[in-house]
Structure formats: structure tokens, C-alpha cells
Ligand binder design. Structure first.
Ligand code: NAP
Ligand code: MG
Length: 399
């Protein structure tokens, strides 16, 4: 069988620990034997980020901006422990945050469904994707522990204008306080990325917030989102995509009797919480993919899980681990399918679909890693280690 030629380059971003070990197995056994592909490689191993003063992360982000499609392995976001573990110059920022800010992107998390793993919610038949706005709100807020009685005000001083004072609360004893903000442009980009994503997946969009209570803050989100939807009306109609605004609590209740196949767009905090609860409801972190979509249509695909440190320490000691490579494989197929779509090369899209089918068939045929066996209600004793699972997928793919 001849190799399939991928017309344009894909930006490949390597990472850390167990995720990196799996990454090279996938590349050697499931990608390179079948594809003639130009991979522009960026090594974001923590030591290389340290050696380049993190310039490599910025370069990788710019490369995605230039080529449009990237695929990323999980990376360590260093904290104090990691600084000493890897002898780093400093705790470099999260690569995902750096890449997100260069691409001005929004993260979408989508579960991979297999017949053996039944979602916790009976009505869920299709994947539920969560789109999380990743700027502002409590994540860039100012907090204050009010020590004793006193008056708290917010003050807005327009450039060259008079200050405007707003009373927050007259405290008659100790309490707490938080000030948060968001930006029209950031909300617009978020809404635009949601429209781009929904069209690429051909699914409806819900946006949920609590504008009945927060008339200005949440109200602003609802309004700006709606403006972007109105401006995208023609595209959405052509794709047959419906948009609904729901109150957040209504959306929670509706989701429990919905069949899925929908994008739920949420503000930062809601998206943080809901993406974990939806992920839990679908079974395993090893079956959850993630894609960063820029409002200008650039894509970075990855697994939603991290570097799986606990497994890596066991692997370093020479033990076999049953780390699930499926989300990382789907990061590759997501990138390949998108590349094929943008290049208008259906044979590349077809390869991505074939590889995904080989993975699903392998699991549904009873060969799976430990996490999936546990989520399926099987005993873990029959589960495969990572190498054996990838070999089983490769064998199916070659057929
Ligand atoms: P994690 O790597 O996702 O792992 C947490 C636990 O979830 C694992 O110990 C394992 O549980 C289970 N798990 C996750 N992925 C799995 C897989 N593919 N197959 C089987 N089990 C899987 O999260 P973490 O331990 O919180 O973070 C580790 C490192 O990853 C940190 O340095 C963090 O900065 C980084 N991180 C990176 C990204 C990213 O690059 N996108 C995202 C999150 C975290 P058991 O041990 O019980 O088997
Ligand atoms: Mg979270």
C-alpha cells in the first residue's frame, strides 16, 4: 500500500513524561508508516523550554498561526516542585496559555464515544462539546478579605474624565470581596470561535449564562454573543445550525434529558466546572479530546489529559503501564482531517477516519487499556498495556 501524501505541513508540538512516550509510539506506528507528511517539529520538552527561555513555545504558536493546523502533546506546566525536579531557571508559564494568547483561541472539549462505555446519563447518545471562554472573570480578578466594618466602592475613572463611584456594600463586620472584568473584544472572539467550531462539526450551539440575575455582566455576554450570531446568520443557515440562549440552570436541566450532539458555550468558570463534569459523565480522561480554535480559523488539536506523571514514574522504573493513547491518537486524526479539509485532499480525511475506526473497533472488539476496562465495567485483568493496545490498532489499520 502506497503512502498517502499530505499536501501542506502540520505543526507538531512534542511534550513531556508519559504523554511524550505515547506520542512517539503513535507517530512511529500509526502515522509515519502510512503518511507522507511534512511535520514542522517543535520540542516543548520542559528542558528545551528552559534552554530556549521558552522561546520555543512562542515559535510553535507562531508556526500554527502560519500553517493553520497543529497537533500538541501534553506538557508540564511547571510549579515549584517541577523547578527543582528538572533544575529549571524558573517556573515557565503554561504553554497552553501562551499558545492560546497568540492564537486568541477558545478551547473545545469533546468526548470520544465507544459502545462499551455507557455515559452516566442515559439520554446521552452523541458527544457533548463544551466551549469555554478562556479570558477574565474570576481567573483575572482582584480579591480582598475585608478585615472589619467599612464601606466598599468601585471607582471608574474614564480617560480624561471625572471618577464615577458605585457603592458595593457597607460592611458592618469582616467579609470578602472580588472585582472581576471582561472585554467586548474577547467575548466577540469567543463567540466567533464557537460559530467556527459549530460549523466545522455541524452541531447546534447553546450559550448559557445567568442574565436574569447579572443583568449587566452576564447581560453583556448574552448581547455580544447574539451580535456575533446575527452577523453569522447566513453561514449558520447554510449549515443548518440553530442557536439558542438558555439560562444556565435551565441548560443544566435540559442537558440531563438531551441526546447530545451539541456545543455548549460557557463563560470561564462555568466552562471550567462543566467540562470536568461532562468528561466524568462520559467515562475517562483518556477518551477526551481538546481543540483550540482561533476566531480566524486556525486549529490546535490535543488530548485533554496531562502528562500522566504517575504512570511515567512507573515506566521509568521499567514497569509496563496501561496508559490510554486514544485521546492523543484522536489529536492526530483531528489535525489530519482538518488539514485534508483545508487542502481539499479527501484521501487524507479518509485516512484519519480509517484510523479512528481502527481505534474504536479495537476497543469495541474487547481490547482496551485499564482505564477503559474499568469504565466499561470489565475487570482490569484483561486490559492491555499501552504498547499492546497500539500494536492491536496498528494491526487493524494495516488490514
Ligand atoms: P493527568 O496527567 O491528566 O493525570 C491525572 C490522572 O488521570 C492520571 O494519574 C491517571 O490516573 C488518569 N489519566 C489521565 N490521562 C490518562 C490516560 N491517557 N490513560 C490513563 N489514565 C489517565 O493530570 P495531572 O496528574 O494533574 O498532571 C500531570 C502533569 O500534566 C502536570 O505537570 C500538569 O502541568 C500537566 N498537564 C498538562 C496539560 C496539557 O498539556 N494540556 C493538561 C493537564 C495537565 P491513575 O494514576 O489513577 O491511573
Ligand atoms: Mg477544571
Amino acid at each position: 500500500m502506497g503512502k498517502v501524501r499530505v499536501a501542506s505541513p502540520i505543526v507538531e508540538i512534542d511534550g513531556d513524561e508519559m504523554a511524550r512516550v505515547i506520542w512517539s509510539m503513535i507517530k512511529e506506528q500509526l502515522i509515519l508508516p502510512f503518511l507522507d507528511v511534512d511535520l514542522e517539529y517543535y520540542d516543548l520538552h520542559i528542558s528545551n523550554r528552559d534552554a530556549t527561555e521558552d522561546q520555543i513555545t512562542l515559535d510553535a504558536a507562531v508556526a500554527i498561526r502560519n500553517h493553520g493546523v497543529g497537533v500538541k502533546c501534553a506538557t508540564i506546566t511547571p510549579d515549584a516542585n517541577r523547578v527543582s525536579e528538572y533544575n529549571l531557571k524558573r517556573a515557565w508559564p503554561s504553554p497552553n496559555a501562551t499558545i492560546r494568547s497568540v492564537l486568541d483561541g477558545t478551547l473545545f472539549r469533546k468526548p470520544i464515544m465507544v459502545k462499551n462505555v455507557k455515559p452516566a446519563v442515559r439520554s446521552w447518545k452523541k458527544p457533548i462539546t463544551i466551549g469555554r471562554h478562556a479570558y477574565g472573570d474570576i481567573y483575572n480578578s482582584v480579591e480582598f478579605r475585608v478585615p472589619e466594618a467599612g464601606r466598599v466602592e468601585m471607582v471608574y475613572t474614564p480617560e480624561g474624565g471625572e471618577p464615577l463611584h458605585m457603592k458595593v456594600h457597607n460592611f458592618d463586620g469582616p467579609g470578602v470581596l472580588m472585582g472581576m472584568h471582561n472585554l467586548d473584544n474577547s467575548i466577540k472572539s469567543f463567540a466567533r470561535a464557537c460559530v467556527t467550531y459549530a460549523i466545522s462539526q455541524n452541531i447546534d450551539i447553546w450559550f448559557a449564562a445567568k442574565d436574569t440575575i447579572s443583568k449587566e455582566y452576564h447581560g453583556k455576554f448574552k448581547e455580544v454573543f447574539q451580535q456575533v450570531i446575527d452577523r453569522s446568520q447566513k453561514e449558520l443557515e447554510e449549515a443548518g445550525i440553530q442557536y439558542r440562549y438558555l439560562l444556565l440552570d435551565d441548560a443544566a436541566a435540559q442537558l440531563m434529558k438531551h441526546e447530545g450532539g451539541v456545543l455548549i458555550s460557557l463563560m470561564n468558570y462555568d466552562g471550567d466546572v462543566w467540562s470536568d463534569f461532562v468528561a466524568g459523565g462520559f467515562g475517562s480522561l483518556g477518551l477526551m479530546t481538546s481543540v483550540l480554535v482561533s476566531p480566524r480559523g486556525m486549529y490546535e488539536f490535543e488530548a485533554a489529559h496531562g502528562t500522566v506523571t504517575r504512570h511515567y514514574y512507573r515506566w521509568q522504573k521499567g514497569e509496563k503501564t496501561s496508559t490510554n493513547p486514544v485521546a492523543s491518537i484522536f489529536a492526530w486524526t483531528g489535525a489530519l482531517a482538518k488539514r485534508g479539509e483545508l487542502d481539499d485532499t479527501p484521501e487524507v480525511v479518509a485516512f484519519a477516519e480509517k484510523l479512528e475506526k481502527a481505534v474504536i473497533d479495537t476497543i469495541e472488539g474487547g481490547e482496551m487499556t485499564r482505564d477503559v476496562a474499568l469504565a466499561s465495567g470489565f475487570s482490569e485483568s484483561g486490559s492491555l498495556d499501552t504498547e499492546a493496545f497500539i500494536a492491536a490498532v496498528a494491526e487493524r489499520l494495516a488490514k
